[in-house]
Ligand binder design. Sequence first.
Ligand SMILES: NC(=O)c1ccc[n+]([C@@H]2O[C@H](COP(=O)([O-])OP(=O)(O)OC[C@H]3O[C@@H](n4cnc5c(N)ncnc54)[C@H](OP(=O)(O)O)[C@@H]3O)[C@@H](O)[C@H]2O)c1
Length: 333
Amino acid sequence: MQGKIFKALVVEEFSENQFKSGIKERSTDELPEGELLIRVHYSALNYKDALSARGHKGITRKYPHTPGVDAAGVVEESRSHEFSAREKVLVTGYDLGMNTSGGFGQYIRVPEGWVVKMPDGMTLRESMIYGTAGFTAGIAMYEFERNEITPDKGKVLVTGATGGVGCLAVAMLTKAGYYVVASTGKPDKEDFLKKIGAKEVICREDVNDKSEKPLLLKRWLGAIDNVGGNTLSTVIRSLEHRGVVASIGLVQSDKLAMTVYPFILRGVRLIGIDSAETPMEYRLKIWDNIGNKWRIDEPGQLVKECKLETLENEIELILKGGQTGKVIVNLID
Ligand SMILES: NC(=O)c1ccc[n+]([C@@H]2O[C@H](COP(=O)([O-])OP(=O)(O)OC[C@H]3O[C@@H](n4cnc5c(N)ncnc54)[C@H](OP(=O)(O)O)[C@@H]3O)[C@@H](O)[C@H]2O)c1
């Protein structure tokens, strides 16, 4: 059978370490092997996608390439017993958009083991408002629950709060009943953060202690950290006894300089989050929670929708740390 022609963002290396991207026609014949051919209706923009779109070889080794670690769509061809044609599904992480052609194209072909059935009553569009960002925030919340960081016990902090993971974390934690403190470098976005649930909004510099003191005043019971570096070190040094921090991102720095005192004197716990390789057993539990008890009442407040044609502007903005909220990509036509 002849492959289907579709539209995709294609990033090419035109000379060594020089990259350009544009919208091109591709054929499903070019897609990798996999049990499921999925017609993508929506994708979402993540920081990692922006790096892949700029030729970051630590993320994508080979170009030409179509990024997009998130995709929601309808199964068009199935060689799986688990999924049938016309079923609504989503894929986040694994190798999608890294070295496997990703969600910034109207078709993907993937192994059945990467695919999740759409949570009950959730539209394809709504699932991509969460995407990897919401799923990652969900893993952190799952770890809070497993470690008895419950809403009745104290305040929780979210750093990089206006970003994709950050704003989903603020809104989902609020939905779950937590008292959320949001830290941001965008003072003009205080209203936005309060509207989506933050009880307090603090300045990024307030969580960037340069004193090198091994322990700081206790401020939070739990934290979701999206920025790393000295911010993560400050958060760890400021956690309450037996507090938990989920380490998610590195937009400030990938370094962590501190002593072990918070761990051995306060029993603080540092939990690493790797959303891409989360085993399917946990993945299904987290998506079930996202579709139920953590489901945001007004997800539309968080979202900016674009098309493939305008995605470049959004990629540029996320690389500058300038996005507020979640960007989703409409690939319907
Ligand atoms: N571990 C995982 O599985 C996983 C999954 C998804 C994402 N991530 C990582 O999580 C991070 C956030 O991803 P994202 O997609 O949410 O990105 P994003 O939308 O760009 O959000 C990052 C936010 O961090 C803040 N920020 C930016 N530059 C900063 C700096 N120099 N110092 C301090 N804060 C800064 C900004 O928020 P404010 O202006 O509000 O401070 C920005 O909006 C990235 O590092 C990404 O790679 C990891």
